[in-house]
Design a protein around this ligand. Structure first.
Ligand SMILES: *Cc1c(COP(=O)(O)O)cnc(C)c1O
Length: 526
């Protein structure tokens, strides 16, 4: 590839560049197998929830046939005595059926749900013949998802009763909807400062600076020296009253580090002095560290929580995520504090869908805005997707203190992380707050370890991240992502431990070392 082509590629967004490199890697000059460790898509799935979904579809069809049944046409589902028919349908000796029976018992005994209502919600939900109603979230689904969030992310803080949830098309839609509604409701505007914990998932760097938002970013940096943990000084940047919102990925991507109890306490101190600070926390990797604690659970008033089932349950194709907000929250308060002209404009905006639009809460505004207000009666995540979220949640809730599925998921990424680090002969971060979902590989440091300081300095002066990545793809068939796009210093490459067979992580390490040797040979020959 010539330099000008390389320069053109360099300008692309990290995720787009990575998909371009796939083509190079597939046709790599050594004829190596193609290894794409660029993306965070996991290569494992949760079976139980999916099989249970299937059983619910079978049951839903039988139920529909009770009211009409002509050829391929069936009717609608009736609630009366549906639980007893469901129990008759299930075979307690079957693993999946017994999971559904336990789900029912849990709903009845632990959560005090009305089982006929709950079973009808499940059956209707998977059949999908009704608009999501209420549009924000199905009634019993809300109770289960709240229980899941509390168990998986709050580290025994009890917030299930006081939390509103809006299931969304993955974390992706959650993020898009939040930004749009913050702007629409004048909680952020062009020129406002927004803080992010860098390095961070690229979209969070890019969205605020789009023409749509034109915000100014303040980086709360973490670095390799601190194993990507965030220091007190960085958190204290939030004391600056010009910063309107703080967006945080926790555990971070690509740093893979969760906020320590000290950092959480520091954030609590900050919001005492900055009670109006808006926090948006993206906790999609929360279940990959032990005893995880979300910022939402220590600062519920200030925080919107984004979660996605995509990563843990291998469900990126399902598009299953959510936004959670406390009933008592700063977003509603800030809307209430807006100047009258702004408030009147917003009252007008929501007056067609609410009788008390001035009191219409922020999370409901997000739901309405997600469908341009006017289509709000058909808003909401599809009901089959909502039920899939219930089933994923139940796999955890029924195993609460010993969730083997979660433990196995952690083991997978840990093994790959260890193999990669061992093959590169670099230090591992074995702290329990390291999710190990991604690694950041510092090429300069490896160069220094193996070939000494002079070569490392030469590399720093002459190294083009894109050039190394393109060579890695086109010569060795290995696709990684650059760290710089995520906000790391130069020379860092992101490896995802999620998406390749475990045996390949040693091969990736070897490929990096081989390419580095070629760079060193060239340096020697100069
Ligand atoms: C993968 C990822 C998402 C996107 O999740 P989806 O539910 O698949 O849309 C959101 N945030 C972060 C930090 C991620 O890494």
């Amino acid at each position: 590839m010539d330099i000008s082509e390389e320069k053109r590629l360099e300008k692309l967004e990290s995720f787009i560049l990575s998909s371009k490199m796939n083509d190079l890697a597939k046709n790599n000059s050594k004829g190596n197998i193609f290894l794409n460790a660029g993306r965070g898509n996991p290569n494992w799935i949760n079976k139980k929830a999916r099989l249970a979904f299937n059983r619910l579809v079978e049951f839903g069809i039988l139920e529909s046939e009770r009211t009409m049944n002509v050829g391929d046409l069936a009717g609608y589902i009736e609630k009366k005595d549906i639980t007893s028919r469901f129990l008759k349908f299930l075979n307690s000796k079957n693993n999946i059926d017994s999971f559904l029976i336990q789900t029912l018992n849990y709903a009845k005994n632990r959560l005090h749900l009305n089982t006929d209502e709950f079973v009808k919600e499940l059956a209707d939900g998977v059949i999908g013949n009704n608009y999501p109603e209420p549009n924000i979230i199905l009634k019993n689904t809300k109770v289960i998802l709240n229980q899941f969030l509390q168990s998986a992310l709050y580290n025994s803080e009890e917030l299930a009763e006081s939390t509103e949830i809006f299931p969304t098309e993955g974390g992706t839609a959650a993020i898009v909807y939040i930004f749009a509604s913050l702007k629409e409701n004048k909680l952020i505007k062009a020129g406002d400062k927004i803080a992010i914990n860098t390095p961070i998932f690229t979209p969070y760097i890019e969205i605020p600076t789009l023409h749509d938002y034109q915000m100014v970013e303040v980086d709360l940096n973490s670095s390799e020296e601190d194993n990507w943990a965030i220091s007190k000084d960085e958190i204290d940047k939030l004391l600056n009253p010009d910063i309107k919102a703080f967006i945080v990925v926790n555990p971070s991507n690509p740093g893979s580090k969760s906020l320590s109890p000290d950092s959480l306490a520091e954030i609590q101190e900050v919001i005492k002095k900055r009670p109006d600070l808006m926090i948006i926390t993206d906790d999609v990797y929360g279940t990959f560290v032990n005893d995880f604690q979300s910022i939402y659970s220590v600062a519920p008033y200030n925080t919107l929580l984004v979660y996605s089932y995509s990563k843990l349950y291998g469900a990126t194709g399902w598009r299953v995520g959510l936004i959670a907000a406390n009933q008592n929250n700063v977003f509603d308060k800030l809307i209430n504090d807006l100047p009258n002209t702004d408030k009147n404009e917003l009252t007008e905006r929501y007056s067609k869908i609410s009788l008390t639009p001035e009191k219409f809460s922020f999370i409901y505004r997000i739901v309405a805005d997600s469908r341009s207000v006017s289509l709000s009666h058909t808003a909401g995540l599809s009901t089959p997707q909502q039920i899939m979220e219930v089933l994923f949640s139940m796999t955890h809730l029924l195993e609460e203190n010993n969730d083997i599925y979660i433990e196995e998921s952690k083991k997978i990424v840990k093994q790959r992380y260890n193999d990669l680090h061992d093959s590169l002969n670099i230090k591992k971060d074995s702290c329990s707050d390291n999710s190990r979902y991604y690694s950041l590989i510092d090429i300069y440091k490896i160069a220094q370890n193996i070939y000494g300081n002079d070569f490392a300095i030469y590399l720093e002066d002459n190294f083009e991240e894109a050039d190394f990545l393109i060579n890695l793809a086109s010569k060795n068939g290995v696709v990684l992502m650059d760290g710089v796009g995520f906000g790391t210093s130069d020379g860092n490459l992101r490896v995802s431990q999620a998406n390749l067979p475990t045996k390949d992580y040693k091969i990736i390490g070897d490929s990096i070392l081989k390419l580095l040797k070629e760079y060193h040979d060239e340096y020697n020959s100069k």
